[in-house]
Design a protein around this ligand. Structure first.
Ligand code: ZN
Ligand code: ZN
Ligand code: FE
Length: 763
């Protein structure tokens, strides 16, 4: 007896060769029927003998296609139909505008093999791709996803490519960006003024120049990179100098896993992340003997490694035979460049040459960054490879929400029904170019999804550009979500937890409901509201934001509080590096509470104590001192410093003044900074765990959520999670960044819940 089954597949299954794969499985099982794309997935209707149908469904579930992410597979019985064959049905595709476009996919092994085969017609071709790999999100200009709505629309398929495109048995059946040397995009090498370099093969020429120490801007998938030989100290130093990027580490692209192991001592988990289809930058401990210029990642025990993810990268790395610095091609503080004209204007003085091509980039998308913390991989920057894969929500939002994110490391989020789409990493909204990119990316994502948001969620900080954007929009209900509440709800949403949870949100700063800067918060959180249970004792930050760079100011404020206005500044070497006048002015600010806001962010404590003990008055970028301070900690040190916990106050207050005084004592008696750092970390861990235990009487033991930028610090994360896991369920971020890059997801979910449940947060 012939039976029928309808199988609904949801997930990132379009643009990844899913239908041809289904077609082949169905043929193999001897079934008839059809498969088609729609809404947010694929529907299969299959007809045949029950046993064949069962085998087919089993194959669908078990034989996963590596490039597809199946979120859900539902099978139901339907009446049998008499069909002659199994077909790929394209007739329903135009109607629905929901997004199931895949992220950009790293070049597959089959395509790599063709590119390196002298007999193949795609030998050495930098734009080779197939249904299992290649550009997707970054070339998409509209929906539905087909060639006409990508930046490949200007290239007409040649007869050979057309044949592949229409042959269901071909790997390139319906591969929208399909291309070959005869019909696809091509490379060129340009001088810094945009005139072509006369050369036979741009890749050979670029490789030769890189080996001689040149800096070359290379057009990639989601933007330009600046490349140079990572072993060449002079080249790397020149790049730093020209790019005006003081000490931030550069990512390094290596040819293969073997070369990666020569540079970083990776764990198996790190290796698997490095090789994953997303091909992120993986932060891994740098080998002491790594053949890398010191200037690549000065001051850091870590190195960010990534593998080639386009045929262009493979060809280049194969030729250069050296690890390459591959850093975002942008002006400091601005988003990555995507157009030739912009890149020449912005980087004409940085790069010696430009390797460009004629396939436009529709949407910028930076490389993603991943780090393994407590044996779990955590996405620290969510970009290429992840965007626009949605986070699935356990509770659908009532109306489409646009969440505008934070000011720094901005990403936005659009939630529709039970899916939340985080946009690409926009970066710091501090320049006009960045704000334009933000607005453009929001527009593009909305049009791809076919929605206009009706609810606009934003941070409470009135000075954030994202807040101003939200409140100046003409359409939609705006909802302000407190910064740390949003951090916690982001982690709740990622793990599908409804609340209440005990949210531990530690970061540098976030606008509190009382108008002051928060950042060391223990909150009882629901999706729509929270109660602030405990926080850190604040200290004064003379000069406010200036102290992000001039970290000695944080040390001054902290010491001033700990020593009741009489800190032993002359005895502390840190202050020998600060001129007398600014020191005197800053002291007056703290003393008189003028231009010295109260802060309590855990990140500020890291700055203050790190600067003091490392004797480094200045940071060249955000969190530099905090990272250096974490890096030097002596892992074998188990002792900690004293602290107080004030339970009389509501919220309770963690008082670290006893610790600060003890640290000064250690410094004055010559205790090594490595040991002080370890004891400092241990103190924060114990203070947090003790406070959580004190709260059990009031709130019981709901799941604990660790969130906020401070939890990028593995010692803090592992320490707190490790101790809490004895008695609590403890959740940490994985797919969504713990820092401000993940906050938009929480804003979206919280805003929906706040409107729906008609309650306001209590402070
Ligand atoms: Zn491929
Ligand atoms: Zn062709
Ligand atoms: Fe934050």
């Amino acid at each position: 007896m012939i039976e029928g089954r309808r199988i609904e597949v949801r997930g990132a299954v379009q643009g990844v060769g899913f239908r041809p794969w289904v077609y082949r499985l169905a043929r193999r099982a001897g079934l008839r029927g059809r498969v088609r794309n729609h809404a947010r997935g694929v529907t299969i209707e299959a007809f045949g003998m029950p046993r064949s149908l069962a085998a087919f469904v089993h194959d669908l579930e078990e034989d996963t296609l590596p490039s597809a992410t199946i979120v859900e597979l539902q099978c139901s019985s339907i009446p049998a139909e008499a069909l002659g064959d199994f077909i790929i049905d394209a007739s329903h595709e135009a109607g629905d505008r929901s997004l199931s476009i895949a992220p950009d996919l790293a070049t597959c092994s089959a395509c790599c093999a063709e590119v390196s085969d002298p007999e193949d017609r795609r030998f050495g071709y930098a734009f080779t791709n197939c249904t299992g790999c290649g550009p997707r999100f970054t070339i998409t200009t509209g929906v539905p996803y087909d060639r006409a709505s990508t930046t490949m629309s200007g290239f007409d398929l040649c007869p050979a490519c057309t044949r592949e495109f229409h042959d269901p048995n071909d790997r390139r059946f319906h591969a929208q960006p399909n291309a070959c040397p005869a019909c696809g995009p091509s490379l060129s090498l340009w001088h810094t003024d945009g005139s072509p370099v006369d050369c036979e093969d741009p890749i050979v020429e670029v490789a030769a120049r890189l080996r001689q120490g040149a800096i070359v801007a290379v057009k990639g998938l989601g933007g330009f990179h600046l490349a140079c030989d990572a072993r060449d100290r002079r080249a790397v130093r020149t790049l730093r100098h020209r790019k005006n990027r003081d000490e931030k580490p550069f990512a390094v692209m290596v040819r293969d896993v073997t070369e990666a192991y020569a540079l970083g001592s990776m764990t198996a988990e790190e290796e698997s992340r490095l090789c994953s289809a997303e091909r992120p930058i993986v932060l891994t401990p740098k080998r002491v003997d790594a053949p890398l210029a010191e200037e690549v990642a000065p001051d850091s025990e870590l190195v960010g490694l990534l593998l080639p993810y386009t045929p262009l990268h493979h060809l280049l790395l194969e030729r250069v035979r050296r690890p390459l610095v591959m850093t975002s091609g942008n002006v400091a503080g601005e988003p990555i460049c995507k157009d030739e004209a912009a890149v020449i204007a912005a980087l004409g003085h940085v790069a010696d040459a430009f390797l460009v091509h004629d396939r436009p980039i529709a949407t910028r998308c930076d490389d993603s960054v991943v780090r393994v913390i407590a044996r779990r991989s955590v996405v620290l920057r969510r970009g290429r490879g992840f965007v626009p894969r949605p986070v699935r929500l356990t509770r659908p939002v009532e109306r489409p929400v646009l969440a505008c994110g934070a000011q720094l490391k901005n990403t936005f989020c659009i939630a529709i029904e039970n899916e939340a789409y985080l946009g690409p990493h926009v970066g710091d909204l501090e320049t006009l170019v960045a704000i334009e990119f933000f607005e453009e990316a929001v527009q593009r994502m909305q049009s791809m999804l076919g929605v206009e948001a009706e609810v606009i969620a934003h941070d409470l900080h009135p000075g954030y550009a994202s807040t101003r954007y939200a409140t100046s929009r003409e359409r939609g209900v705006t909802v302000g979500v407190q910064h740390h509440h949003a951090h916690v709800v982001s982690a709740m949403a990622e793990h599908g937890v409804e609340g209440p949870v005990l949210g531990i949100a530690y970061d540098g700063t976030g606008f509190g409901t009382d108008g002051t800067a928060w950042g060391g918060e223990l909150l009882l959180c629901f999706r729509n509201r929270f109660e602030r249970l405990a926080t850190f004792r604040p200290f004064r930050l003379p000069g406010g934001d200036v102290a992000m760079r001039e970290v000695w100011r944080a040390s001054l404020g902290l010491l001033y509080d700990a020593f009741d206005g009489a800190p032993p500044l002359e005895e502390l070497p840190l202050f020998h590096g600060v001129s007398a006048r600014p020191l005197r002015v800053a002291t007056q600010m703290v003393d008189r509470h003028v231009n010295a806001p109260s802060v309590r962010g855990v990140g500020r404590y890291f700055d203050a104590v790190g600067a003091l003990a490392l004797q480094r008055p200045r940071a060249s970028f955000e969190a530099q001192i905090a990272v250096a301070w974490n890096t030097i900690a002596d892992r074998s040190e188990v002792r900690r410093y004293p602290f107080d916990l004030d339970l009389e106050q509501h919220p309770h207050e963690i008082d670290l003044r006893p610790m600060v005084r003890a640290i000064v004592g250690d410094l004055l008696t010559g205790v090594p900074p490595a040991s002080i750092s370890a004891k400092f970390h241990n103190t924060l861990v114990t203070a947090t765990v003790t406070t959580a235990q004190e709260l059990v009487g009031t709130i019981g033991r709901p799941p604990v959520v660790l969130t906020g930028g401070a939890f990028q610090n593995p010692w803090l994360s592992e320490g707190i999670a490790g101790r809490l896991r004895h008695d609590w369920v403890c959740l940490t971020h994985e797919e969504v960044p713990p820092g401000d890059g993940g906050i938009a997801l929480g804003q979206a979910v919280a805003a929906d819940a706040m409107l729906r449940e008609e309650s306001r947060p209590c402070a």
